[in-house]
Design a protein around this ligand. Sequence first.
Ligand SMILES: Nc1ncnc2c1ncn2[C@@H]1O[C@H](COP(=O)(O)OP(=O)(O)OP(=O)(O)O)[C@@H](O)[C@H]1O
Length: 237
Amino acid sequence: MLEAEVIVKGLGKQIKKQTIVEEISFHLGSGQVLAVCGGNGAGKSTLLRMLAGILRPSSGEIQVNNVRWSQDRKRYANQIGYMPDDYQFSQGLTAEESLLFWASLRKLPRDRVQEVLVMVGLDGQKHKRVTTFSKGMRQRVLFAQAMLAKPALLIMDEPTNGLDPFWMQEFVHLLRGIKQEGHIVVFSTHQLEVANDIADQVMFMNQGCNVGEGTVEDIRNQYGSLHAAFHQSLGIK
Ligand SMILES: Nc1ncnc2c1ncn2[C@@H]1O[C@H](COP(=O)(O)OP(=O)(O)OP(=O)(O)O)[C@@H](O)[C@H]1O
């Protein structure tokens, strides 16, 4: 099993004097999955983009397997896989070509592309253009892209948004597999059933702050259900 550790301490982001994310801290070990839940504009994407190393934090520290983003960005980036929520695929590229392109950027061997295609169940469709794929299949290509470098930390922004129940369950199944291998996963979601199915830890965000966290069981005990905790995080009684 992969050895992995993520330590986040007092992470914050201010943009034009507005606080977007405030004092977020957590600690995750091998195979742990954190779901970041919250309403629109809660600060989830901003938090995830800081973890992915594509947005500079205003305060705090992020460490993945003892590598700090602030000290060595290249080594930090090598530990991270990131699945954005708004990726526009290039017209004309097949699934295999898209993955070969990403693999070449990271100087990874071609064989790894075949491995991830098999992992996400797209080996038989690899010569088809990604722009002809369904949303569920495109999410698999993005997932494969994020897993290319076997990252210690996989970060996913709203990975199941727009997926029907079949693809959502398939996605949960894929995540279970990589969790078993020891990868740490942090993902954002509005879909509490996904958090319920796969997360070890849940964090609720509102206006950039952590307004409640714990294991799924802790949250059920404290609030009654994930839905009740979500409503409370939004300030809905
Ligand atoms: N570059 C920016 N400049 C100004 N405001 C920003 C910027 N980026 C984010 N914000 C604001 O910060 C807040 C949090 O945005 P963010 O996208 O992180 O939220 P979110 O929880 O991911 O929302 P959603 O679920 O709608 O995607 C929003 O009010 C957004 O308008």
